[in-house]
Design a protein around this ligand. Structure first.
Ligand code: HEC
Length: 167
């Protein structure tokens, strides 16, 4: 009897413990200007300690480090990378990629997963981000990614024009 009870309980525990409990919805994204910025990138994590750790890894360009679960990185309002458990997205060490649409009313998720395309460049996100695997897929500059045809000033202007920010 006890064996049967364990069978069920252990199965239940195994399923719940391995399930990816990070829930990302359209409400997870908002005005980029409200988020801490390191060089070009906006960084968020609901847990202040994990946010500090993510900012440290990003700022120091530390190789062979994993961004803490829950970290959201954004260069522009219409794209994001969100860190889950590795098991949830094994091809990308846990990163889920997002293509977003933003309006003054909020955010719409157009595509998500590990096979998302960048719509203006018509290229899969990972075509560019995969060479930066040593930096947990973070491109920045000098991590081996193909460059994007946008200057730092243009990125700052795109962020400043985020329609979700209250004027
Ligand atoms: C043409 C190559 C290319 C494609 C395609 C691309 N990226 Fe990037 N991405 C880059 C480069 C290069 C940077 C670094 C820009 C900088 O800070 O100078 C970057 C930066 C980022 C950042 C900021 C963190 C980092 O890695 O530096 C995020 C988040 C991001 N991209 C998400 C995406 C998503 C999501 C997609 C697909 C919808 C995508 N990218 C498609 C090249 C690309």
């Amino acid at each position: 009897m006890r064996y049967i009870a364990c069978l069920f309980l252990c199965f239940y525990l195994a399923v719940t413990l391995s399930a990816d409990d990070l829930v990302i919805t359209e409400k997870s994204f908002s005005c980029l200007l409200d988020l801490p910025k390191v060089r070009n990138t906006r960084i968020q994590n609901p847990d202040p300690e994990k946010l500090k750790e993510a900012i440290r890894i990003f700022t120091d360009s530390l190789p062979d480090k994993e961004y803490p679960k829950g970290t959201v990185l954004q260069l522009v309002p219409t794209e994001a990378m969100v860190k889950h458990d590795r098991a949830a997205f094994p091809n990308t060490n846990g990163w889920e990629l997002f293509a977003l649409k933003v309006t003054p009313v909020g955010t719409t998720i157009m595509d998500r997963g590990d096979k998302v395309l960048n719509t203006s460049l018509k290229k899969p996100c990972l075509d560019c981000h995969s060479p930066a695997v040593k930096f947990d897929y973070v491109c920045e500059k000098g991590h081996g990614c193909a460059p994007i045809p946008v200057t730092d000033e243009q990125i700052a202007a795109i962020q400043a024009a985020d329609p979700r920010c209250k004027k």
